[in-house]
Design a protein around this ligand. Sequence first.
Ligand code: SF4
Length: 325
Amino acid sequence: MAILEVSDLKQYFYLQPTFLGKLVGGKKPRIIKAVDGMSFSMEPGEILGLAGESGCGKSTCCLAIAKLREPTGGAIRYKERNIAEMSKEEIRNYRSEVQLIFQDPYESLNPRYTVFDTVAEPLRALTDKNKTEVRDRALETIAMAGLQPEEYKNRYPHQMSGGERQRVGIAQALVLEPNLVIADEPLSMLDVSIRAGILDLIRDLSERMNFSCIYVSHDLSILSNISERLMIMYLGRIMELGVTKEVISEPLHPYAQALIAAVPIPDPAYQRPIPKIKGEVAQPIDPPPGCRFQTRCLQVMEICHDTEPPLKEVKPGHAVACHLY
Ligand code: SF4
């Protein structure tokens, strides 16, 4: 049984026209289609990598899955239950079973809370554990995140480094033993020197605690290291989805090919072919009909201008949204 099924997820935002805009362009609001028809599923214990450029809808998709934003359309099923139809009690359970690790450990921690209070808070809010059980579980989780409980439990966020703060954020997300963790670019605000340690920690804990994880990043070298399957997004839609090794070694979609060609290789003698891509990232405002990637694709065809390519399986377990296949 899939732990998570996302079907035709849509998240639109409506931009009301300015006074000048009304004069020249009418009164219709413009639509930002941040997520526009995403469908995928996840198995228990799986780490799914989610890649794409800034603004492609990765974080918006995650917020909808975490039920922090009501989607405009589509359905999100967790353990076969539509989260939009859950009762209050089910939502409470969902909030404890689905947790987020945030991008910015400087902003996501309450500056007035000690490490202990930060990690203990979800236990106090969402479980019936008594004081001793809360203390024991919080200290155990702080240690699991790689921090000595006695040394760190009374510290405040400003008394720690970025890496230590992110470990506290990870402990806070894992203290309730979630089934699904959404890690939204958890390394992007950290120094390069400590990224490997945090990445290893997330991978080790996912194996030990057997939670599923959506790992969001625009860094494909990180995703090739941690994820079993890789999903590549462009302007609110999935362009390619498959086993990470296969997508990295044989990308099918022109956008995936360009993204992978842009990953640096630590060999100055290696001459890599120039990525086949043109122009800048388009805006998700009132996207044109047809393929979202048409303005940057060097292999664009007539059909690409008016028919949106569906995401279809072209090899076992490997799907792509492109008219070339
Ligand atoms: Fe390029 Fe057409 Fe494929 Fe889009 S559908 S990526 S425009 S070839």
